[in-house]
Design a protein around this ligand. Sequence first.
Ligand SMILES: [Zn+2]
Length: 485
Amino acid sequence: MSVEVMVPTALRGFTEGRASVATEGGTVGEVLKDLTKKYSSLATHLFDKEGRVRSFVGIFLNEDDIRQLQKEATPVKDGDVVLIIPAIAGGSPGAVAFPSLSKLKRTERELTHAQMTRYSRHLILPEVGLSGQRKLLDSSVLLVGAGGLGAPLALYLAAAGVGKIGLVDFDVVDASNLQRQVIYGTEDIGKAKIDRAEARLKSLNPDIEIVKHNVRLDSSNALSIIGSYDVVVDGTDNFPTRYLVNDAAILSKIPSVYGSIFRFEGQASVFGYRGGPCYRCVYPEPPPPGLVPSCAEGGVLGVLPGIVGSLQALETIKVLLGRGETLSGRLLLFDAMGLKFRELKVKRNKDCPVCGDQPTQRGLIDYQAFCGVGTAPTVTVNEVDPEELHQELESASPPVLLDVREPMEFEIVKLPGAKLIPLMKLPERVNELSTADNIVVYCHGGSRSATATQFLLDMGFQKVRNLRGGIDAYAQRVDPELPTY
Ligand SMILES: [Zn+2]
């Protein structure tokens, strides 16, 4: 049997860049085994120690989740396509918010003449009309994160006349945001995103109420904040917030609109809507930290969050109107480079800990801990400060520099003489290093290199240290001539 396996961007580093691989086998399990025979370093990403498919990797046969079929024993036939769909998250690492909200009064509202004109293209659309526009004006949406996804989301929801938009964000506008966060301008650099977004949305549509939430969204306040809205949209795209938003939405019995981006691939769906599945039904557990690169490491094509965020805005409006066929029960995949949309069926899992028939989790948990954030093995490795490294590099016996970032990052800025071995390639290329050398490992901010340092220590290297704060700290503290990114 010849079966094509589709490899996601995040794992193509292990398949020599191939997006699809022809394999042989009679079952999905055999096909995956054949794939890992061809590309052995993929195995640890797909299977756990017992040889089972990892819970944060979805395997689909054509458009069906194999967990809904016969799992790895699901038979395959000639021409079938097996898709590997790992959990992805490419966004910024946080989100914040503010509690106490005043509920909008739900009265039968009359549209003013100005509103008639403003929303006229909705009013003449039979699927929206006057009653639909009233619904939108009486609706409330909580938007978690005002970044790449949040920008088009906020703009389109405000333009469409969603009556109350809650914004959760604590970040300030950085110059590197402007490549995709189209709600901000150059003059906004250094200012609070939430304030600049509010000003922009108010200018776009003075009709609507913007509620700014200025406390960190966490397990202690998420229910009280999310519970006062009709729909919640996750625009942060990081794992702790995604699981927090999902669980809080399910517990509050409101739908959540999901979107995620990575490099040039996106995903979108609607969860907890009319008996449909939730994110936990698809990915019960998050991937371990470090396995999924962030946007800061992996990059993101500027237009991509615009497309995925717009899809989220579209789905939000359909949910508010109660019209159309939403993405509930479907996971939409978008490949910007191939300009291909594909969709997979996702079903509610009756054993889901949050939305299942007998939920085992009836409150919120510590999502930072659940996602392993802050528990990375960085504390155990020896570190060297940028100033100290600078002195050593000037000395008669400078250390060997190992750069574990991606080639594109290496091209932007590097330390002279550094050897490049991206973190993911380190296991197969470790023999290019000598245990006799005194090695200093660095990356962008010091976290990937800490993982690499620990790996080298485990491999028997003894003279290996991590550059604290990465090349970013080195550029700021030692050599301001170096470009930062
Ligand atoms: Zn669920």
